[in-house]
Design a protein around this ligand. Structure first.
Ligand SMILES: *[C@@H]1O[C@H](CO)[C@@H](O)[C@H](O)[C@H]1NC(C)=O
Length: 259
């Protein structure tokens, strides 16, 4: 009895050392709701964070229970979801962003996490976005609904190679929906529970460590440059187009700063 109690206490004490959180439903798109965020009426998710997009047409379809996103300008587009109205969400204690995706064969998109400054007021300066990782790293679109799980640890470096600050997420941003005219349906967005700060080795999840290191430039971590790793896995033509749109994407997303 005493040993069991001691063991339980020990476990409780160990657990207390980390922040662990349960799964959190961002949106199931069963309803469509609006709220005033930053003085404008916007569509929001169950967490009160607003949605928006540039270079895409999008709408919430409560029959399909999905947000339907159509690429309009494949050379520069993005759609975003915030996870709180203030666009400064703490991802500590979560392990991945999960959702279901219906996307046509041959289509593509990528993902990044944008960054707020630690005071939660403004967007962090250029280069602070997490690495941009392509959908193809996780699933191959084929016109059927697929479950996608984006391990937060994959996004542990920003595009400058420094650590991404998971405590001050601005937006989760799918970008580069292509080709133009392609329709994407995203449903059941869930923040999967975990423990600790993603990408610092304290997560309990196992799927998080990229296995290959990026070329030369990443200063300290093991997860740097996942974008270029993913690029290298794709054909050189695709890598080229990924790089080519990168600058304009970063510029386009900069406009998010004041949303
Ligand atoms: C697509 O986006 C780019 C970059 O923002 C812009 O220069 C171009 O005019 C856009 N094209 C269309 C057709 O809107």
């Amino acid at each position: 009895m005493i040993a069991a109690a001691a063991a339980a206490l020990f476990l409780a004490a160990s657990a207390a050392a980390q922040v662990c959180k349960k799964d959190l439903l961002v949106d199931d798109f069963g309803t469509s709701q609006q709220a005033v965020v930053d003085s404008a009426t916007r569509f929001v998710n169950k967490l009160g964070g607003d949605y928006g997009g540039v270079g895409v047409e999008w709408n919430i379809d409560t029959t399909k229970k999905a947000v339907v996103i159509v690429s309009q300008n494949a050379s520069s587009n993005f759609w975003f979801s915030k996870f709180d109205a203030g666009a400064c969400f703490d991802l500590t204690g979560y392990s991945s962003i999960d959702f279901d995706l219906l996307a046509p064969t041959g289509s593509s998109m990528s993902f990044t996490l944008t960054q707020k400054l630690a005071d939660c007021s403004q967007r962090a300066p250029d280069g602070s976005d997490s690495v941009y990782l392509p959908l193809s790293k996780y699933v191959t679109p084929d016109g059927t609904k697929k479950h996608v799980s984006l391990p937060l640890a994959d996004f542990a470096k920003n595009i400058n190679g420094a650590n991404y600050d998971f405590i001050h997420l601005k937006d989760w941003t799918p970008v580069s929906f292509a080709p133009s005219g392609a329709t994407f349906e995203i449903s059941n967005i869930v923040l999967k529970g975990g423990c600790g700060v993603p990408g610092t080795g304290t997560n309990t999840g196992s799927s998080s460590s990229p296995t290959s290191a990026a070329s030369g430039s990443s200063p300290t971590g093991t997860t740097g440059g996942s974008g270029s790793t993913a690029g290298a896995q794709k054909g050189s033509a695709e890598s080229f187009s990924f790089s080519a749109v990168f600058a304009s994407l970063a510029a386009g997303i900069a406009s998010l700063a004041f949303f």
